[in-house]
Design a protein around this ligand. Structure first.
Ligand code: SAH
Length: 255
């Protein structure tokens, strides 16, 4: 059975400590998405973070409000009942979360869009592996390209299902994300870049030329014509998975 709201609570105290020790959170405004019953929240508060926790489950919000009433009264913690994929968020410098896995992708894109100094996030291991997969390798896809364009990522450690209750079916990986000040290669239009990456990875077995031609509505056909006329054949005849990270910028920067 699928867990309600992806609720798999961290119960291994050693794992909680390892996560909380990964970043210097003292005095920082830290966003925590999906605090659950507050294992990680407690550790973050203990390390001197100023925590803003966003939780979808109203019952858990009430429990957190009871458990941490002291920290709330001194302004060290705020608990927001909301959906982190869409709710309004206050300003924050860091993000530390054991994410709800079914919305990992939405939340990661949203956070990168908003911007932050550093994040320590736990993902399903397969997801983390896709995030770090280098361009040109089998696991590489839209997620890898988009995340690596805007951030440097470091896999820290894996946690087994035994660290959680109820146990998830998958292993988890803790990842650090450092957004870059500028994208890794200059990008003239971020919207177009995102559309190009999306269009290319919607047909990963086709050549770049055919992906662009058949991008059905995602890309302007007259722009696609110019791209095909301008780009070297070496790029056009490759498959999206064979491209270098820089090639995605080269394609989207065609005027
Ligand atoms: N951080 C806790 C719980 C992790 S489980 C721990 O490590 O023990 C994931 C948590 O995310 C659950 O509490 C779930 O209710 C919450 N959640 C699920 N979807 C959410 C969303 N869209 N926005 C905010 N919280 C969400």
């Amino acid at each position: 059975m699928k867990a309600y709201h992806d609720q798999h609570f961290l119960t291994d105290p050693h794992a909680v400590d390892r996560i909380a020790n990964l970043a210097e959170v003292k005095g920082k405004r830290v966003l925590e998405i999906g605090p659950g019953n507050g294992a990680l929240t407690h550790a973050l508060l203990d390390h001197g973070a100023i925590v803003h926790a966003v939780e979808l489950d109203g019952h858990l919000c009430e429990e957190l409000t009871d458990r941490f009433s002291d920290e709330i009264s001194i302004g060290q913690l705020t608990v927001q009942h909301g959906d982190a994929t869409r709710c309004e968020l206050p300003e924050f410098e860091m993000v530390v979360s054991n994410l709800p896995y079914s919305v990992s992708s939405k939340i990661t894109f949203r956070l990168l869009d908003i911007g932050f100094e550093e994040a320590v996030l736990m993902y399903q291991s397969e997801f983390a592996e896709r995030m770090v997969a280098p361009a040109g390798t089998k696991n590489c896809g839209r997620l890898s390209i988009m995340v690596q364009t805007y951030a440097a990522i470091q896999q820290c450690f894996k946690l087994s299902p035994n660290c959680f209750s109820p146990k998830p079916q998958v292993h988890s990986t803790v990842v650090k994300i450092f957004p870059r000040k500028q994208p890794i290669f200059p990008i003239n239009n971020r919207h177009l870049y995102a559309d190009v990456v999306r269009a290319l990875f919607s047909h990963r077995r086709k050549t770049v030329r055919n992906c662009l031609k058949e991008s059905g509505g995602m890309l302007d056909p007259s722009w696609v014509k110019r791209v095909i006329a301008t780009l070297p054949d070496e790029i056009l005849k490759s498959r999206p998975q064979e491209l270098y990270l820089e090639d995605f910028a080269t394609i989207s920067n065609v005027a």
